[in-house]
Design a protein around this ligand. Structure first.
Ligand SMILES: Cc1ncc(COP(=O)(O)O)c(C=O)c1O
Length: 472
C-alpha cells in the first residue's frame, strides 16, 4: 500500500504541514464524532492512508480581497475563491455595504422581495433571456430547469454529457459504463436508484456521434443539458460542437439548457451564451451572481419559463395564466440577502462592462502561459489549463515514470505543497478574481517553482522532455 519515496517524504512533510495548520486539524478531530463532512475526507473510496494525517480542510477565519487567513493566522493567496463565487475577491465593499443595510432592515421571507423584479430585469438585460425565476442553489436550478423542459415538451428523456458536473440532484447523477460488453447508464454514487436516471442518456461531449444519438431520439427528448465548457478539460472548447448542437436541437424542437454555473457572468457579462455566440433556450446560473449568498437562477425563453407561473397576464382584461404549469417552490427563494447581493453584483457588472471579464481573462491567460513555459522549460510534466479566469493543474501523462506513485497521489502532494506555501488551492477548478494583484500572481508562481524544486530534490518529478508526451 505504501511506497518508499512517498512515505519517506511524507514522514518529513506531514509534521511540517500539521504544525502550521494545527488548529484546522484539531477542529477536524474534535468535532469528527458529530460532524459528518465531505470536505477533504477521502470519500468515494478515495481515502489514501498515506495522506490520512493531512486529510482535513483549512479552516478559514477571515478573508478580504485575494486573501484568506486560517485559524492559525496563516495567510493564503486564495485561488479557490469560494468555488468560483468570488469574482471580485472576498468581501468586496459594494456587496458588504448592501448586505449590512439589508441585515438592518431584516429578512422579509414570506412577503415578496422588493428587489426580485429589478434583479430579474438585470439578468434579462445581461443574458438576453426573457424571464427569470429564483431558487437557492445551482443544484436546484438544474433540477427545476429540467422539470420546466419536461413540462413544456411533455417528454421525459434528457441528454447530459459525460464528465460534466451539474450538482447533486439524483436525476443527473448518471454515468455511462460498459457492463458485460454493453453500454449502460448507471448512478454515479450509492443511494441513487436506477429508476431515477432511467430517462437519462449520457453522451460524449464534442463527439459528432452524440449528435447522431440525439437525432435518433429526437421525438423522446425533453432537453439537452450542457456545461458549455467541458468540466474535465477547459481547453476542449468546442464552439462548433455547441453551434451544431444548437442547430440540431432547434430543428428538432428540443430545449437546449446551458448550465452556466461556473461560466455565467464570469467568462463574459452574458456568460457562455455570449462568449460562444450560441443562444440557449434555458440557462441556469448561481455562484458569481449571488455575491457570496446562496442563490440559483433559471432564466429562459418565456415559453419555458411560463411553466413556473402560467405566463404573463394583465389586470382589468380577460387574460389569465394560460400556460401549463409545474411545481416550483422553496422557503428561502428570493431571500432578501441574496437579492441584495445579486442586485449589487449585476449593477457592478453592468457599470464595468465586458472589459472587466476581458482584462481578468487576459491576466489569467498570461499567468497560465508564464507557468506553462516555466514547467515546459524545466521539463516538469505538469501543466495548467484555463478557461477565462478559471484554471487547474493537471499531469501530462497517465503514469508517473520512475517513481512508484500514482498521478493522483503526485498531484495531491503538489497541491499540499502549494497550501503549505500559502496558496489556498483545490485539486479541480481554481479562479483568479479582480482582487488578485500582480504581487499575488507572482507569489503563486514562486510557490509553484519552490514546490517543484522541493519535490524534485525529494525524488519526485524527474526531468522528462514533454514534447513526445501524450495528453491524457
Ligand atoms: C456546472 C455546475 N452545475 C451545477 C452546480 C451545482 O451548484 P451548487 O453547488 O450551487 O448546488 C455546480 C457546482 O459546482 C456546477 O459547477
Amino acid at each position: 500500500m505504501f511506497n518508499s519515496v512517498l512515505t519517506t517524504h511524507l514522514e518529513k512533510f506531514i509534521p511540517r504541514y500539521t504544525k502550521r495548520t494545527k488548529t484546522s486539524k484539531f477542529l477536524k478531530q474534535n468535532y469528527h464524532q458529530v460532524l459528518a463532512d465531505t470536505q477533504q475526507s477521502g470519500r468515494f473510496g478515495n481515502f489514501n492512508l498515506s495522506f490520512k494525517e493531512i486529510y482535513y480542510p483549512i479552516v478559514g477565519k477571515h478573508s478580504l480581497g485575494s486573501k484568506l487567513w486560517d485559524v492559525d493566522n496563516n495567510e493564503y493567496i486564495d485561488v479557490r475563491m469560494g468555488l468560483g463565487i468570488n469574482l471580485f475577491g472576498h468581501n468586496p465593499y459594494f456587496i458588504r455595504e448592501v448586505l449590512t443595510n439589508q441585515i438592518e432592515k431584516g429578512f422579509q421571507l414570506g412577503s415578496q422581495s422588493q428587489l426580485a423584479g429589478e434583479v430579474a430585469e438585470l439578468i434579462c438585460e445581461l443574458t438576453g433571456m426573457e424571464r427569470v425565476t429564483f431558487i437557492n442553489t445551482g443544484t436546484e436550478a438544474v433540477m427545476t430547469a429540467i422539470r420546466l423542459a419536461r413540462t413544456v415538451t411533455g417528454r421525459d428523456k434528457i441528454v447530459i454529457f459525460s464528465s460534466s458536473y451539474h450538482g447533486h440532484f439524483d436525476g443527473v447523477l448518471a454515468k455511462a459504463q460498459i457492463i458485460d460488453g454493453n453500454l449502460n447508464i448507471v448512478p454515479t454514487a450509492p443511494g441513487i436508484p436506477n429508476s431515477i436516471i432511467k430517462d437519462v442518456l449520457v453522451l460524449n461531449y464534442g463527439n459528432p456521434q452524440s449528435l447522431e444519438v440525439i437525432k435518433a431520439h429526437k421525438q423522446e427528448l425533453a432537453a439537452v443539458l450542457v456545461v458549455p465548457v467541458h468540466t474535465a478539460r477547459f481547453s476542449f472548447k468546442l464552439k462548433t460542437f455547441l453551434q451544431e448542437l444548437r442547430k440540431l436541437t432547434k430543428e428538432s424542437g428540443i430545449p437546449l439548457i446551458f448550465d452556466e454555473m461556473t461560466t455565467g457572468f464570469r467568462i463574459h457579462p452574458g456568460g457562455a451564451q455570449a462568449y460562444f455566440n450560441v443562444e440557449a433556450d434555458i440557462a441556469t446560473y448561481g455562484k458569481v451572481i449571488g455575491g457570496g449568498m446562496p442563490i440559483g437562477v433559471i432564466a429562459g425563453k418565456a415559453c419555458y419559463m411560463n411553466a413556473v407561473d402560467g405566463g404573463v397576464w394583465n389586470y382589468e382584461d380577460d387574460s389569465y395564466p394560460s400556460a401549463k404549469t409545474t411545481f416550483v417552490a422553496g422557503t428561502f427563494c428570493k431571500h432578501p440577502l441574496a437579492m441584495a447581493a445579486a442586485q449589487s453584483v449585476l449593477e457592478y457588472l453592468k457599470k464595468e462592462g465586458p472589459n472587466l471579464q476581458l482584462q481578468l481573462n487576459q491576466r489569467t491567460s498570461e499567468f497560465v502561459q508564464t507557468l506553462n513555459s516555466y514547467l515546459e522549460k524545466n521539463e516538469v510534466p505538469i501543466r495548467l489549463d484555463s478557461f477565462g479566469s478559471a484554471f487547474f493543474f493537471y499531469y501530462l501523462e497517465n503514469t508517473v515514470p520512475t517513481v512508484d506513485i500514482t498521478v493522483s497521489e503526485l498531484m495531491e502532494l503538489f497541491r499540499y505543497h502549494l497550501i503549505d506555501r500559502g496558496v489556498h488551492i483545490v485539486g479541480s477548478s481554481n479562479y483568479l478574481s479582480t482582487a488578485h494583484t500582480e504581487q499575488d500572481i507572482n507569489y503563486i508562481i514562486q510557490a509553484v517553482k519552490d514546490s517543484v524544486t522541493e519535490l524534485r530534490q525529494e525524488g519526485f518529478l524527474p526531468r522528462i522532455s514533454c514534447s513526445n508526451m501524450a495528453l491524457i
